[in-house]
Design a protein around this ligand. Structure first.
Ligand SMILES: [Cu+2]
Length: 481
């Protein structure tokens, strides 16, 4: 059982911002910092009779994060943004209004929908003050899973994502119909970092762009240390999204193993027991947590993780130095045992998944960074910086390809492919303990990750990117008929 006192909490704090948060937080909370107020869930919009029709507005609505005024941008004034839920076969119609002072658009991260027209079209520019109606269909064979939406207008992605624009997009599927999963208590946890300035929550934009922007205030569903109830003898199904633009979460639950049942693109074939989970920016994971330990409160911890960094000097000198946001575990959320329920066991089997057949086409992508004349330091894929007028990779509709990602740089880089899910074949030649649909994968310095992908159903231009940053580690690919 873990209860931390104020001094211990401050020890976990990170410099002055940590202390400010602690001071605010302690008011009215006695000394028991584990018990947080009830989570104000974001609104939920579910499809009805095959249609999800919603209004979304990006704007500067005043709001509160972690109980403090927040100088952020949001969809419909909420952090996280409203959760959208659909079923395979549904039509989605989103009436979007851009009330920001800059252009934006919406990217549907992980969804297998058209990259053109009114779908996951990241080349679309919706100018300040204008409206656009997105409309697309979720295919009948779309996998159920945890997807998400956020801006993807080049040059503004990091600022707008950091500013607060992000929400879950859930596709219900076969996993949801498994009796043990149905009996589990379902919760969602959107992880996001912010900074504090003058008692106001702001987007963490004052750090060096090259190091990636990380805030000192770690929130779950816009709260500090939200509390989730774990039914005693039952199961908690915790669906996680890392909606931070640079922050890595290395998660561990005190005294509890957890069971991974789904990743970015949906279900695994069977639950996989883990004691730790690394969730990099953009990734999702679904965990089952059995309530079979001593009843009490347990901390979901974020353990230190060194993803490498390119500070000014580090970048110039070409050497790696620690990015010291946290050197001790931080509490992300608290899981508290609730009332006993009828015992629910872990499901033995989930949704069968088979490896794609071996292809003839293989490509290699080298991830690095270097100086670009007139531009300074930029992230590079195969030595190229992002060029909006150049198609770097052309693939054929229905083709299967093996991609080898080699990180020859000094920082971890999450690699993300739009529109189609891939399977991870190996890391440094070693196969993974499970097969899963993925759209985001971390590649550490010196590491080689091999993935296999099939370009199903849709043609058109889209991108593969690194880090959700605007620094050039993105390339256009075209799927040809
Ligand atoms: Cu994406």
């Amino acid at each position: 059982m873990a209860k931390i006192n104020r001094r211990q909490f401050l020890a976990l704090g990170v410099g002055s911002a940590g202390a400010i948060i602690a001071a605010n937080w302690v008011k009215g909370q006695n000394s028991n910092l584990i018990v947080q107020s009830k989570i104000a869930s974001p609104s939920l919009y579910k499809s009805q009779d095959g249609l999800l029709e919603v209004n979304l507005e990006a704007g500067y609505t005043p709001l509160k994060v972690a109980g403090m005024p927040a100088n952020l941008i949001s969809y419909n004034g909420q952090i996280p943004a409203p959760r959208l839920e659909v079923k395979p076969g549904d039509t989605v119609r989103i009436h979007f209004t851009n009330n920001l002072s800059q252009p934006t658009n919406i990217h549907y991260h992980g969804l297998h929908i058209t990259p053109t027209d009114k779908g996951d079209n990241i080349f679309l520019k919706i100018p300040s003050g204008e409206k656009f109606t997105y409309e697309f269909t979720i295919l009948q064979n779309h996998s159920g899973g945890s997807f998400w939406y956020h801006p993807h207008y080049h040059g503004y992605v990091a600022d707008q994502l950091l500013g607060g624009l992000a929400g879950l997009f859930i596709v219900r599927g076969k996993l949801d119909a498994i009796p043990e999963i149905k009996a589990a208590k379902e919760e969602f946890l959107v992880l996001k970092d912010f900074d504090i300035a003058g008692n106001t929550v702001i987007a963490p934009n004052h750090r060096g762009r090259m190091s990636g922007r990380e805030g000192l205030l770690i929130t779950g569903n816009g709260q500090i240390n939200p509390n989730f109830e774990l039914p005693r003898n039952g199961l908690l199904r915790l669906r996680l999204l890392n909606a931070s633009s640079s922050h890595f979460y290395r998660l561990k639950l005190e005294n509890h193993p957890f069971y991974l049942i789904a990743t970015d693109g949906g279900a695994l074939a069977e639950p996989v027991e883990l004691t730790e989970l690394l969730l990099v920016p953009g990734e999702r994971a679904e965990l089952l947590i059995p309530g079979t330990k001593e009843p009490g409160s347990y901390r979901l911890l974020n353990l230190p993780y060194d993803r490498g960094s390119m500070g000014m000097m580090g970048g110039m000198m070409g050497h790696r130095h620690r990015f010291s946001v946290s050197t001790s575990p931080q509490t992300i959320a608290t899981i508290t045992y609730g009332k006993p329920v009828k015992p629910v066991s872990l499901p033995n089997k989930l949704i069968p998944i088979t490896i794609l057949p071996e292809p003839k086409i293989a490509r290699r992508f080298e991830l690095n960074h270097g100086m670009i004349p007139g531009q300074g330091m930029a992230f590079l894929i195969n030595g190229e910086s992002f060029n909006p007028n150049h198609i770097s990779t052309q693939v054929k509709l229905n083709a299967i390809e093996d991609w080898e990602l080699v990180n020859t740089g000094i920082m971890d880089h999450p690699f993300h492919l739009h529109v189609n899910q891939f399977q991870i074949l190996s890391r440094d030649g070693k196969s993974l303990p499970y097969l899963a649909g993925k759209d985001t994968v971390n590649v550490s310095p010196g590491e080689t990750v091999r993935l296999r992908v099939k370009f199903n159903d849709f043609t058109g231009k889209t991108v593969y990117i690194l880090d959700h940053e605007d620094l050039g580690m993105m390339a256009i690919m075209e799927i040809l008929a």
